[in-house]
Design a protein around this ligand. Structure first.
Ligand SMILES: NC(=O)c1ccc[n+]([C@@H]2O[C@H](COP(=O)([O-])OP(=O)(O)OC[C@H]3O[C@@H](n4cnc5c(N)ncnc54)[C@H](OP(=O)(O)O)[C@@H]3O)[C@@H](O)[C@H]2O)c1
Length: 162
């Protein structure tokens, strides 16, 4: 990727699922620091430590699964719904706004046009410090999917590429 970047074939290099130990390792030895690192990030797994390391090395934090793919009854969450209502927005929009205000890029997925439009309509309001604090409390600091520190996960991922 570095060769392709230097030859002008790539405008930027992005990586995915580089948690702090691997990111620091990569940034310590790579010639081109990745522009972006996509990791599982949502209100239940906010990745605050990972964010600090990305910021330290100048790597943009990008969330995959900004709605936790609907797990934990995401869209019915009372805190998100209450904050959304307060701003005339949905729980989904409150959750996206929380990430954006924490300097996390979001790539929500939807197969419905009206939800895609809703998910883009998050730039005309702002959560206040009380809202942000309430959502920070939802952080369980654990993946809702799998741990990338688990060797079995690494084997599973490596298997996908064969
Ligand atoms: N790098 C990685 O390892 C990795 C891993 C997983 C995902 N990703 C990427 O992350 C992106 C995000 O997708 P994701 O699959 O992780 O899921 P997500 O965005 O957290 O959640 C998607 C789910 O939320 C629903 N939804 C979306 N907007 C909604 C709204 N406004 N109200 C109610 N429900 C809503 C969708 O249903 P409908 O479709 O029915 O609207 C879908 O079930 C994708 O581009 C994906 O490729 C990357």
């Amino acid at each position: 990727m570095e060769e392709a970047y230097k030859e002008g074939w790539l405008r930027a290099i992005g990586v995915s699922n580089f948690y702090p130990d691997r990111l620091v390792d990569l940034c310590s030895f790579a010639e081109v620091i990745p522009a972006v690192n996509q990791v599982e990030t949502h209100v239940f797994c906010q990745q605050r430590k990972a964010h600090e390391y990305m910021a330290k090395y100048g790597v943009q934090h990008e969330s995959w699964g900004p709605f936790a793919e609907g797990r934990k009854d995401f869209f019915a969450n009372p805190v998100l719904n209450e904050i959304g209502r307060k701003h005339g927005k949905s729980a989904a929009q409150a959750a996206l706004r929380f990430l954006l205000q924490n300097d996390v890029v979001v790539i929500p997925k939807s197969t419905h046009k009206e939800r895609m439009l809703q998910n883009m309509d998050v730039f005309d309001f702002a959560l206040d410090e009380q809202d942000m604090a309430a959502i920070r409390e939802l952080d369980e600091q654990e993946s809702l999917f799998f741990s990338h520190y688990d060797p079995a996960t690494v084997e599973m991922m490596a298997g996908l590429q064969r």
